[in-house]
Design a protein around this ligand. Structure first.
Ligand code: A3D
Length: 320
């Protein structure tokens, strides 16, 4: 059987890491696309030269012409600009919306059957706009945020409890902003919910609250440390998990920004919710029940996403 084709639109910090991980996991042949001439070609060649050492077989190529993504099975979009210290994700909207327009046209022309994962920020608005510009069916385009936000929460929890990260599950829903919704009731250590672990004395409510807050601000913590860009290792790993679930029909249940058509009382927005990703793309949306507090947090997060969508419509009349 022919290898799958993975197109990475944006070959910056996340794009390069995606290419390397896709190679190490032998997910398929990789095309890196970027407007910065030489960068996708250089990164592709560098990774190809690591393959004999690590023992993986995949072709890597770089391009600045959309024709190179023709027939891609999976496309991961990181094109645009990341934030710098002092910036919020929402400050990127003007520049990155224009980028989504050109990316959407490229996908529409050359790879309309691909499963597309958007990473460009502000995530929930950019994936919404990319769907409009590309015309992709709603089950073939998702945004990466929840896997990353949950991974950050899992890391903090495993560190606090001194247990393996493998045994910690975490549930983070809503938009990918500072009002995202880490759901402690649905987060567990080996199936035991976090509130029970507080009762057992494994941690205190104050420490748990602090970890929730650190998760919400997790992206900013890295931006402040790096000073020249934003996180890229964990974002790339998260998107690769989503791509792998699609390509290998694993049907993993992952929190992603998915198009909702009535679920959670929302119609026509992309919001972070648990979905099943398999060979058909988004195969199912898992609806969980909220208590009053959780519902209030979720509604607040959804309101922020709605605000971003209105801003997009204001910038580009074609989206209104
Ligand atoms: P960076 O290393 O700057 O890479 C972005 C690349 O996009 C650069 O190589 C640019 O040359 C390229 N580019 C710019 N405009 C275009 C265009 N029109 N067509 C093709 N390529 C273009 O950034 P990065 O890789 O660190 O981050 C990429 C994006 O991901 C940013 O918007 C970040 O804010 C976002 N991000 C999202 C998350 C989420 O969890 C959602 C996490 C981390 C970063």
């Amino acid at each position: 059987m022919a290898r799958s084709k993975i197109a990475l639109i944006g070959a910056g910090q996340i794009g390069g890491t995606l290419a390397h991980l896709a190679g190490l996991k032998e997910l398929g042949d990789v095309v890196l696309f970027d407007i910065a001439d030489g960068v996708p070609q250089g990164k592709g060649l560098d990774i190809a030269e690591s393959a004999p050492v690590d023992g993986f077989d995949a072709k890597f190529s770089g391009a600045s012409d959309y024709a190179a993504i023709e027939g891609a099975d999976v496309i991961i979009v990181t094109a645009g600009v990341p934030r710098k210290p002092g910036m919020s994700r929402d400050d990127l909207i003007g520049i990155n919306l224009k980028v989504m327009e050109s990316v959407g046209q490229g996908i529409k022309q050359y790879a309309p059957n691909a499963f597309v994962i958007c990473i460009t920020n502000p995530l929930d608005a950019m994936v919404w706009a990319l769907q409009k510009f590309s015309g992709l069916p709603a089950n073939k385009i998702v945004g990466m945020a929840g896997v990353l936000d949950s991974a950050r929460f899992r890391h903090f929890l495993a560190d606090e409890f001194k247990v393996s990260v493998e045994d910690v599950t975490a549930f983070v829903l809503g938009g990918h902003g500072d009002d995202m919704v880490p759901l402690v009731r649905y987060s567990t250590v080996a199936g035991v919910p976090l509130p029970d672990l507080v009762k057992l004395g494994w941690t205190t409510q104050e420490k748990l609250d602090a970890m929730v807050e650190r998760t919400r601000k997790g992206g900013g913590e890295i931006v402040n440390l790096l000073k020249t860009g934003s996180a890229f290792y964990a974002p790339a790993a998260s998107a690769i998990a989503m791509a792998e679930s699609y390509l290998r029909d694993k049907k993993r249940v992952l929190p992603c920004a998915a198009h909702l058509s009535g679920q959670y009382g929302i119609d026509g927005l992309f919001i972070g919710v648990p979905i099943v990703i398999g060979a058909a793309g988004v195969e199912r949306v898992l609806e969980v029940e909220f208590n009053a507090d959780e519902k209030a947090m979720f509604d607040k997060s959804v309101a922020s996403v709605k605000g971003l969508i209105e801003a997009c419509k204001g910038i580009n009349g074609a989206l209104a």
